[in-house]
Design a protein around this ligand. Structure first.
Ligand code: TEU
Length: 511
């Protein structure tokens, strides 16, 4: 059963294309690898795929530095192959979301090459160029996100000015207050929307509007990268224009924005009045919530209140390509399984990160194999598909395998009904069958310390979820049939009033 629109009721699966499956033999995942696994993804039961960047890129930040927004990087394949992938995904009822990086381009994008030519270049104003400060340093104290402890400004000898880059020097920030930039980027979105793309994950969307005075960040926050502080009114005008453009297309196209603000955690402002982003990631608030029943209760209550007041629809993310995987953070598979129950039954649109359904841990990457300037290689380890020497990959992968790759391979877990993979599949199926789990109201129920209990209700459809955050068994007075159990036990039977350690259940409450 589906409750529209898909981006509220459905589940979105993030693919980091470099790490999914290599078919060409160069050790880097490709579009053909994704195409060959569409049946797996349909079997799993997700509703949409989000591909991390696949556009042409020199790969200084593995695709988050784009040199052509309207072409596929040859490392991943071709535009034709993407069209084919989209068509075959659509044939399986899977929506396709692309990663769009509008805050910055590659320093090798033709726009920047032209911009840096001279102070009078027609594209000078497309980027943020400034004279040195009077005492000859960078124009202000902003810090880049990486490499760690570096400034967000690089001096360009040829023209004697600094340019702004909230990330690497190879990722110069565009100036979105320039209408030509907005117009060029709107063309990019139209290019993909016309090709049938269902939506975009919008990279660091809170960085688009900048304070034109470029003031210093406050001294007490000056060590934090500016990208985690930038929160300007101008961004909202940019977003309203994007929303209008996207909503002008038929078929529920969607924008989900990455807002990563460390000091101001309320991201609901980025939904506007229903006229900005459709969805917003609430990353720090979710990723940094400790494994504790009271903390998750408080987090969800805060989210519920703030989002209801703003008329906004929440999202949930436990892992992505920038953060240690939750299996690694939580330290055990039992907890990762219980976390999967939270992810797929709390209110909001869940985003899965490829490999979490296998219980993958971060790879331990030796110093000589580290490649990411942001130190995020571990969570980007390749997906093991089978037990062969290269786990189904045509070439030796660009990063080392995650721990236990042999035992976590898809082919192994698929054959084992008690595996975490089957748990994800059952949770996804249970969610799909239940309007309460997809879009229902959320109410906390009283429960013993260390247990989070909540009900989801939509009309006559009801589910009761019990999550034991402790590593002890707990008695919980609740009644109902077990629809899904994180340890697989007793599904289909009446709940017997006890949760084992680190376990969660979804119940269909008795009448
Ligand atoms: O991430 C932006 C961002 O804020 C993170 O890099 C954050 O600083 C980090 O995760 C803290 O742990 C996005 C992309 O997701 C990331 O992969 C890119 O490197 C970055 O933008 C630049 O485009």
């Amino acid at each position: 059963m589906r409750v529209d629109p898909w981006w509220r009721s459905g589940v979105i699966y993030q693919i980091y294309p470099r790490s999914f499956l290599d078919t060409s033999g160069d050790g880097v995942g490709d579009l053909e690898g994704i195409r060959r696994r569409l049946d797996y993804l349909a079997w799993l039961g997700v509703d949409a795929l989000w591909l991390s960047p696949i556009f042409r890129s020199p790969m200084a930040d593995f695709g988050y530095d784009v040199s052509d927004y309207c072409d596929v990087d040859p490392l991943f394949g071709s535009l034709d192959e993407l069209d084919r992938l989209v068509a075959e995904a659509h044939a399986r009822d899977l929506r396709m979301v692309l990663d769009w990086v509008p805050n910055h381009t590659s320093d090798r994008h033709p726009w920047f090459l032209e911009s840096r030519q001279s102070r009078s270049s027609a594209k000078r104003g497309w980027y943020v160029w400034r004279d040195p400060a009077p005492e000859r340093g960078p124009p202000n104290n902003w810090m880049a996100a990486f490499p760690r402890d570096t400034r967000a400004w690089t001096f360009d000898d040829a023209t004697g000015q600094y340019y702004l880059h909230c990330f690497l020097p190879e990722q110069p920030d565009l100036d979105w207050s320039n209408p030509e930039v907005a117009a060029a980027m709107h063309e990019v979105l139209r290019f993909w929307l016309d090709r049938g793309i269902d939506g975009f994950r919008v990279d660091v969307v809170h960085c688009l509007g900048k304070d034109p005075a470029l003031p210093d960040d406050p001294p007490d926050l000056a060590a934090i990268p500016h990208s985690a502080l930038n929160d300007q009114p101008a961004t909202h005008g940019v977003l309203r224009d994007l929303r209008r453009l996207v909503d002008g297309y038929p078929g529920d196209r969607m924008l989900v924005g990455e807002v990563y603000l460390l000091v101001q955690p309320d991201v609901t402002r980025y939904y506007g009045r229903g006229d900005e982003l459709h969805l917003v990631f609430d990353l720090p608030r979710t990723l940094h919530t400790p494994w504790d029943a009271a903390a998750w209760r408080e987090r969800t209550e805060t989210v519920q209140t703030a989002y209801a007041a703003a008329g906004a629809w929440p999202t949930l993310v436990l892992s992505n390509h920038d953060t240690p995987r939750h299996r690694t953070r939580l330290g055990s598979e039992a907890r990762a399984r219980a976390a999967a129950v939270l992810l797929l039954t709390l209110p909001g649109t869940p985003f899965l990160y490829a490999g979490e359904e296998l219980g993958l841990e971060d790879a331990v990457v030796p110093p000589d194999r580290r490649v990411d300037p942001g130190g995020r290689d571990g969570c980007r380890a390749p997906i093991p598909w089978d037990q062969s020497a290269r786990h189904g990959w045509a070439g030796e992968p660009w990063l080392p395998w995650p721990p236990r790759a042999e035992r976590c391979a898809v082919s192994v877990l698929r054959d084992d009904p008690s595996s975490i993979l089957h748990l994800y599949r059952r949770l996804l199926a249970a969610r799909r069958a239940s309007p309460a789990l997809q879009v229902g109201d959320w109410t906390v129920r009283e429960a013993p310390a260390g247990v989070l209990a909540y009900e989801r209700v939509a009309g006559t459809d009801r589910r009761l979820v019990l999550v034991n955050f402790t590593s002890e068994p707990v008695t919980v007075p609740a009644a109902g049939r077990v629809a899904v159990a994180s340890d697989g036990g007793s599904e289909g039977a009446e709940f017997r009033g006890e949760l084992v350690a680190d376990a969660a259940v979804v119940l269909v409450p008795g009448r």
